[in-house]
Design a protein around this ligand. Structure first.
Ligand code: ZN
Length: 162
């Protein structure tokens, strides 16, 4: 690991309670590991339907609403903002479901279930190609098998069915 500021190879410095933290002796700076945060949300309505969207001209697989957290924003604020931006509804509830770490990009993807009492979806055409409601029994197979969205949905579905 190298210092992002000066390029020197990092040493480690032992910090109480935190263990060995990468340290640049030139800059006299600790480099705590950086994690990028993103959220992904299952959006449901009061008819027990779930919102799936198409993005990037991919009409083969649907996805869930997702996005990166902006500086200064909480996870819940991001869920609320992204849902409003992408499909135009307000949420009345937001619960944590699970999270998944992508090693390749140092992204922690945090999964939520959000609920709205509005049925009319108004998409942001720059970000979303299509958005529709699906009955919860009609979702499996519409998203790419094994994707984070698919795994998150299966967990949600199981909890709704037991
Ligand atoms: Zn440095």
């Amino acid at each position: 690991m190298y210092c992002k500021d000066c390029g020197k190879e990092l040493d480690f410095k032992n910090i109480n309670n935190e263990g060995d933290i990468p340290y640049c002796a030139v800059c006299d700076k600790l480099h705590f590991p950086k994690v990028n945060l993103a959220m992904i949300a299952i959006l449901s309505n009061q008819k027990n339907q779930v919102c799936l969207i198409n993005q990037n001209n991919n009409f083969k697989y649907k996805v869930l609403i997702a996005g990166f957290i902006k500086p200064g924003e909480t996870l819940e604020e991001c869920v609320k903002r992204e849902i409003k931006e992408e499909v135009g509804v307000d949420i009345i509830k937001c619960d944590y479901l699970n999270s998944h770490f992508y090693d390749s990009s140092d992204v922690l993807m945090v999964g939520f279930h959000a609920e709205t009492n509005q049925l009319n979806l108004v998409i942001d055409e720059n970000e979303v190609d299509k958005a529709s409601w699906y009955d919860i029994d009609d979702v499996i197979g519409r998203m790419r098998e094994g994707s984070i969205a698919d795994l998150l949905y299966k967990q949600y579905y199981k909890s709704k069915r037991t």
